[in-house]
Structures are given as structure tokens and as C-alpha cells.
Ligand binder design. Structure first.
Ligand code: PEP
Ligand code: MG
Length: 549
């Protein structure tokens, strides 16, 4: 087929999937902006440079808000937040002051000031330990590129020339690059650098774009146009594949398609284990598209509604009416089914524009989830009022995020009760605790006294049990949500919950290979991302619970 020897590279899987296509080497970081800006301006030019900077900032600011809206509409509200945060960073007063100082004190052009100051900020973030801070380094670089492009009157993106359907090879990817890749139906992305938890990685997974990182030295080989087979689940790419490798790859693609078709056909039916134990399979959703897809894929309700989407990208928190409208629309496809609404789980690492930055040195251990809501009771009250109103239309329950002490549950119950009494509502929706901290699991008996049900959030439970930031690739090997440690916590929680209904809504629930272990802990309700429902129901049907080894 071809005389070139096949080359196999193995990196880290960032976003799964199979893809093939010709390689295209791109430079999304856009180094070509350098050198366009004169550094030696006379002092009389400073005012003009500051006005140019202000105009460019304003236009980028508007562009970012529009982009956040587009991402929220077309992809995902959580991801839209990436661009809302870019907007907040751009409007940061100290950044603006530093840019002005750079222009007036060093007598440089606006473009040059942007380059220097943003690089300084990027380096500051890159030196920090947490992945969240290092993501901000990428954000600064993304913003710098945008702003310098605007100052130079250039709207073209550095990846604008990427051909349709190719596999992109690059050093690194910035969040807004993924939007270009989407518009070009890019087959896959191969990176030298990039962590599993980075914003670009989140975008790739949400868009179903296969992506591998850690492929050191690939860019330098300049494999332009070479045919490639990407097996992103295993972090493997084969360049210049031999005929038999291509045939095996195509057979694997056909096998996967057939398996998912079969799973989808059976997804609508109930999920019973071989020994006929009924397991409820629900969906984690954030908007109407998710809910629709979930129901079409066989979900028996919504196990986790992430309310965050109604808050992201807004300059003011939604009123109870706006929230009602948004939630009613998002949940409409699940009318008549059980729906579990989680209260706002936002914290210092996921800032909301109207709260500003809550500077905390350790945001994951700071004011997030219920802690933040108790500090801003008006945010909590609006949600509870809306939930009470929605309970007239849906079979609703309420989930409290980031519970670490029983007092968290007690506080929510008291607020709910007070609002319901004021509104003369007698029937309250069930209120459950999200078990995301080891303390909550260890204090299960006390928390159960104030909860109508509980749901394990194994993503955070794993992060807090292993003290391993769930978004930090550097400590990825410590973050093992299928470890015996986590399963001991699951078993302990189930035993101590006694009669309380227990569900699992972390990513662990979406892993077919772990379903048998999960069910053997006593969990009978799972909530997973909508596309995973057919496979999870299939895995449940393969389990036998009565003959434990
Ligand atoms: C979890 O922590 O497992 C969870 C489902 O919540 P989130 O991923 O939204 O933090
Ligand atoms: Mg969580």
C-alpha cells in the first residue's frame, strides 16, 4: 500500500474515540503575531495607544460574551463559562492598570504592552501548583492572542486554514481553538502538551472530538498529509499504517458501531440484572438537549440536573421567574418522570460574574456548593422558591451539593420549610445529600437523619479522599475513582444509610466495567451522561448479584 514504515506513538487519552485522516500540523498559538508592533513610540503616542487598547478591549469583550452565549446554546453551559471567565479576566481592573502603565511608562505600543503584560500574568499562573491556576495561564494566552489580533485589525484565527476532516497535530490547544476545529469537522487532535482537566480537553470531550496528548516530538517530525489512525481510548496513533492495520482499524470501527446500535435498541427497556434485580438508570443533564437525548436513550428520569447553566454567562443572578422558565424548558422532556435538581454547585474556582472573584488560596476546600449558598442566602432562597413552584409540574427532589456536616442539610431544610410556610405550601419535595466528602460518608448516620435520600458524587469524593485535584494531570495517578478505597466508602455509606435510597451520579456510574462492583455495594440507582445509558443498561443485564464470590 505504501513503502513508508508505520510509526506508532502512544500518549495520554484526553477524549476517547476512533478517527482517521491526513495529518495537518497547526500552530494555534499564533507566534506570527510577534514582531508586528513597534516598541519605540514617542511619549506623545501613549494616549492614542491607550485609546486603541480601550477600543480593542471593548470589541473583544463583546465578542467573548457572544461566544459564551453561542457555546451555551450549541454545546454546553458549563463550557460557556470558560469564555465568561475570559471576559471577567479581560475586565480585571489590575490587569487594565498594568497594561496602561506598560504603555505610559515604557512608551511601547498597545500590542507590545499586551504581549508583555499577558505573558507576565501567564507565567505567574503557570508557576502555580493547581491545575485551575495553570488553566488560567492558557486563558491569558488565548486572550492575549485575541487582543493582539484585534489591535492589528486581524480577525482570522491561526487555525483558519485547517482543511476539513483532517487530524490536527499541535503543541498545545487553547479553549477558543476548539470552536474552529468544530466548524471544520476536524477528525481528531494530537497534542504534545495538554492535561485531561484543561478547558480545551473539556471542550474536546463535550464535542466528541478524539484527542491524545503527551505525544512528545510529534510536531517536529512535520508529518504533513500522512495518513493516520487514531485510537484515542488507548492514547495510540499509527502514522503511515500498513494495509492490515487499516483493515483491523476499520473492523474495530464496525464492531463499535454495531455494539452501540444493539445497545440503543435495548436501551428503552428496564435494566434488570440476571437475577432480576431492577436497577434505575437516570441521566445527568444540564439543558433541554441533554434531557431529550437522555429520554431517547432510555433514561428513567433525571438523577442529576446541574442548575449551573441558568447562572453562567449572566451579569446578574436569574430571578425566580427566569429560573423557573429556564428549568421548565430544560426539564420538559422528562415531564412525568422523577427529576432530581441539584442546588447551585459553584465556588471560587468557578466564578460567577456577579459574585466577582472570591480570592481563596485553596478554592476546592473553600466556599463551594452549599457553603457558598449559605453565605449568599438570597441565591439559595431563589432556587428553593423556584423548586417549590416547579414541584407542581414535575416529580421533583432536591439534592444538596458539597455536604460535609449534617448542619448543612439542616440549614437547607429550615430555609425550605420557612419559604413553604410563607407560601402556604404543605407538601415539600424530598431533600437529599450529595456524598462528595469523606466526612459526609463517615457521618452518614447523622446526615441520614436530615435527608430523604443520598447520592454519591464519586468525582469529588475521589478528589477529597485522595487529596488529588480532579483537574490536575500531575496527580492523575492518585485520582482513582474505582479504587478499593472508594469502594470501601461506598459500602460503608450504603450500610449506614440503612433504609434510605442511595444513588450514584459520579463518572464512576458510567463505567460498564465497574457496574457489578457498584451494585454489590447496595446501590440501586445510577445516574450517568445521556450517551452512556444504553451501555450501562447493557452492563447491568450482564450482572448477577445473588452469587457473590
Ligand atoms: C461528583 O462530584 O461526582 C458529581 C457528580 O458532581 P460534579 O462532577 O458536578 O462536581
Ligand atoms: Mg461534585
Amino acid at each position: 500500500m505504501n513503502a513508508v514504515t508505520p510509526q506508532i506513538y502512544v500518549g495520554t487519552s484526553i477524549s476517547p474515540g476512533l478517527a482517521e485522516g491526513p495529518l495537518h500540523v497547526g500552530d494555534p498559538l499564533g507566534g506570527y503575531f510577534d514582531g508586528w508592533f513597534a516598541n519605540d513610540l514617542g511619549p506623545h503616542d501613549s494616549d492614542e495607544e491607550i485609546s486603541r487598547l480601550d477600543r480593542a478591549t471593548l470589541s473583544i469583550s463583546e465578542e467573548l460574551l457572544a461566544l459564551a452565549e453561542k457555546v451555551e446554546r450549541e454545546i454546553d453551559a458549563k463550557l460557556a463559562q470558560v469564555f465568561s471567565v475570559h471576559h471577567i479576566l479581560l475586565e480585571d481592573a489590575s490587569l487594565k492598570a498594568e497594561l496602561r502603565r506598560e504603555i505610559t511608562e515604557n512608551l511601547v505600543s498597545a500590542g507590545s504592552a499586551v504581549k508583555t503584560v499577558f505573558l507576565r500574568w501567564e507565567n505567574r499562573f503557570l508557576l502555580m501548583e493547581s491545575q485551575i491556576a495553570r488553566d488560567k495561564g492558557d486563558d491569558m494566552r488565548d486572550l492575549s492572542r485575541r487582543l493582539r489580533g484585534a489591535l492589528a485589525g486581524i480577525s482570522a484565527h491561526p487555525l483558519e486554514d485547517i482543511p476539513e476532516g483532517c487530524v490536527l497535530v499541535a503543541m498545545r490547544l487553547l479553549p477558543s481553538d476548539t470552536m474552529i476545529l468544530r466548524s471544520r469537522s476536524t477528525a481528531a487532535v494530537l497534542l504534545e502538551y495538554g492535561s485531561h482537566g484543561s478547558h480545551s480537553a473539556l471542550f474536546a470531550r463535550e464535542m466528541g472530538l478524539p484527542c491524545i496528548s503527551g505525544l512528545a516530538g510529534l510536531v517536529a517530525t512535520k508529518p504533513i498529509g500522512a495518513h493516520s489512525l487514531v485510537e484515542a481510548d488507548h492514547g495510540k496513533v499509527t502514522i503511515h499504517p500498513a494495509r492490515n492495520q487499516v483493515e483491523e482499524f476499520h473492523a474495530e470501527v464496525r464492531r463499535k458501531k454495531a455494539a452501540s446500535r444493539l445497545a440503543l435498541e435495548h436501551a428503552k427497556g428496564p435494566a434488570l440484572t440476571r437475577d432480576r434485580v431492577r436497577i434505575a438508570v437516570m441521566a445527568n443533564v444540564g439543558n433541554a438537549d441533554d434531557t431529550r437525548m437522555a429520554i431517547e436513550s432510555g433514561a428513567e428520569g433525571v438523577g442529576l440536573y446541574r442548575i449551573e447553566q441558568a447562572y453562567i454567562g449572566r451579569s446578574q443572578p436569574p430571578s425566580a421567574e427566569e429560573l423557573f422558565e429556564e428549568m421548565q424548558q430544560s426539564l420538559a422532556p422528562a415531564q412525568g418522570m422523577p427529576v432530581c435538581v441539584r442546588l447551585l454547585d459553584i465556588g471560587a474556582d468557578k466564578p460567577l460574574p456577579f459574585l466577582g472573584f472570591l480570592a481563596e488560596s485553596n478554592p476546592s476546600l473553600g466556599r463551594r456548593g452549599i457553603r457558598l449558598l449559605l453565605e449568599y442566602p438570597e441565591l439559595l432562597d431563589t432556587q428553593l422558591r423556584t423548586i417549590l413552584k416547579l414541584a407542581g409540574h414535575f416529580d421533583l427532589s432536591v439534592l444538596v451539593p458539597m455536604v460535609s456536616v449534617a448542619g448543612d442539610m439542616l440549614a437547607v431544610r429550615e430555609r425550605l420549610h420557612a419559604i413553604a410556610t410563607r407560601q402556604q405550601i404543605k407538601k415539600l419535595p424530598p431533600v437529599g445529600a450529595m456524598l462528595e466528602t469523606p466526612a459526609a460518608v463517615l457521618d452518614m448516620q447523622e446526615i441520614a437523619r436530615h435527608s430523604d435520600f443520598v447520592s454519591f458524587g464519586t468525582n469529588d469524593l475521589t478528589q477529597y479522599a485522595f487529596a488529588a485535584d480532579r483537574e490536575n494531570a500531575a496527580v492523575e495517578r492518585y485520582f482513582d475513582d474505582a479504587s478499593d478505597v472508594i469502594f470501601r466508602l461506598l459500602r460503608m455509606g450504603c450500610e449506614e444509610a440503612s433504609d434510605l435510597a442511595v444513588s450514584l451520579c459520579g463518572e464512576l456510574a458510567g463505567r460498564p466495567d465497574q457496574i457489578s462492583r457498584i451494585l454489590k455495594c447496595g446501590i440501586r440507582t445510577l445516574s450517568v451522561a445521556p450517551p452512556l445509558i444504553p451501555a450501562i443498561k447493557g452492563a447491568i443485564r450482564d450482572c448477577t448479584l445473588s452469587h457473590q464470590p
